[in-house]
Design a protein around this ligand. Sequence first.
Ligand SMILES: *[C@@H]1O[C@H](CO)[C@@H](O)[C@H](O)[C@H]1NC(C)=O
Ligand SMILES: *[C@@H]1O[C@H](CO)[C@@H](O)[C@H](O)[C@H]1NC(C)=O
Ligand SMILES: *[C@@H]1O[C@H](CO)[C@@H](O)[C@H](O)[C@H]1NC(C)=O
Ligand SMILES: *[C@@H]1O[C@H](CO)[C@@H](O)[C@H](O)[C@H]1NC(C)=O
Ligand SMILES: *[C@@H]1O[C@H](CO)[C@@H](O)[C@H](O)[C@H]1NC(C)=O
Length: 497
Amino acid sequence: MSELTLKGLTFILLISILLCSLAPQPCNARRGKHWRQSRGASDSLTKKKSKYHGSGGSHHLGSLSKHKPPPTPPATKKKTPTPSPPKGDDNDSSTTFNVLHFGAKGDGTTDDTKAFEAAWAAACKVEASKIVVPSNYEFFVGPVSFSGPFCQQNIVFQLDGTIIAPTSFKNWGSAPFQWLLFTKLRGITIQGSGTIDGRGSVWWKDSPLDDPLDDETKFLVPITNISYQNPPTPALRFYGSFKVTVTGIRILNSPQCHLKFDNCIGVEVYNMSVLSPGDSPNTDGIHLQNSKDVVIHGTGLACGDDCISIQTGCTNVYIHNVNCGPGHGISIGSLGKDNTKACVSNITVRDIVMHNTMNGVRIKTWQGGSGSVQGVLFSNIQVSEVELPIVIDQFYCDKRTCTNHTSAVALSGVTYEKIRGTYTVKPVHLACSDNLPCVDVTLTKIELKPLQERYHLYGPFCWQTFGELSTPTIPPIDCLQIGKPSSNHIQSNHDAC
Ligand SMILES: *[C@@H]1O[C@H](CO)[C@@H](O)[C@H](O)[C@H]1NC(C)=O
Ligand SMILES: *[C@@H]1O[C@H](CO)[C@@H](O)[C@H](O)[C@H]1NC(C)=O
Ligand SMILES: *[C@@H]1O[C@H](CO)[C@@H](O)[C@H](O)[C@H]1NC(C)=O
Ligand SMILES: *[C@@H]1O[C@H](CO)[C@@H](O)[C@H](O)[C@H]1NC(C)=O
Ligand SMILES: *[C@@H]1O[C@H](CO)[C@@H](O)[C@H](O)[C@H]1NC(C)=O
């Protein structure tokens, strides 16, 4: 009997929900309101953007010193949390969501994860909304997914305070693979003068001294308990999103990579910094993968691995006015691991200052891969105390044994111009595959001097590298083979990408 009544009730309820959702008036009215809000917001967004593009003009060496250096993050100072009641002035509009109003304490010890999730849930529903993480507070936050795809567009994450990561495994729960994750959003901006502190030192293991030609000691960690050995990574990650902007903030001491973009279209990173010790293992600065239309400028990157790492699937990437060091330099790759296909094209890296890095600009691919790297310009790279300023390594391998293969990721159209400064090991190392030589490699205005003349240093090395020298170089790079390889060297799968 009672079961029947329940069924009847459920039926009536369903019908009324259906009728409500079919009524057109309220929906249209709401949409109209959001539309008005969004126009205003996106107008101002466009204005702001074009202003930045306009100001990034001069590209020659002299101008670099005139550029305001990226903010050098001051040493981590212990914040004294001031958990005073939230100020009322920052939620004067229905589009602003302050985490303090959602129960965040910001005292550096209380777990504020739930409050961040609640603030996000509210902001997600409103177009051009703003989440506020106020200054002078330190928010202890575990892994959070700020995820679309059902969120409104153009959300701003105003980060003026500090967000700190858990340092013990119990807070990472079942998702130890990222910390602050933004996915499937259309228009997401992280801005402000705040800090994301990954407190990663607890995860860093001592790594043996790096071999300059094979830095990837990173894969050496004996895996006895994967979830225990692999710290959460990366600190801040964007996945599958359009129009992503990161500016103003600094990211410290991530357990591994600091800032990662994968499957994103339209990324701008500027006026921000990354800081972790030069000997912290696996701590890439910015990691790009399967992303296109990416601009990175006005950033200072100091870390223990690649300052910027460009992985497969990246195209139309423009990196300029970046300071790198310590770190392993700016790298394309490694590509083609485990016989995979990799495609990278149209990459420009210019007006870069590198100090005390392992590599300068590097392309690294594994034997056995396929696909191609095409159209790369490295221009005006000022190096000082860099071990290996110019590197192509098509025999890239970690410390496991590697064998040579007939296939490789094809490299063509790589230009180096105005690479100047001092090195400590070898100025130029271009090692290309026997079966697939590198073609159209152009070197111009290269001036690389050993830091200390008295040590025996290596001269330039080239293997199966074809192209041209447009100007005399210092030192002379006689090993480059001028012109094109004979046709029997051209691999057939050039259409792979
Ligand atoms: C700010 O938002 C909270 C929570 O929505 C609300 O209780 C408070 O009255 C708001 N303050 C102002 C000044 O609007
Ligand atoms: C891995 O390490 C974690 C943390 O110490 C532990 O809780 C877990 O039981 C370990 N898992 C295995 C399979 O050993
Ligand atoms: C850069 O970011 C800082 C906050 O970290 C901000 O104070 C400054 O105004 C920004 N500069 C530019 C040119 O946007
Ligand atoms: C290459 O990338 C730049 C941005 O760095 C872009 O302006 C240009 O249109 C791209 N070229 C092609 C052929 O797509
Ligand atoms: C792979 O080929 C290169 C270039 O010919 C050679 O120097 C290297 O020793 C080879 N490696 C192996 C493992 O055979």
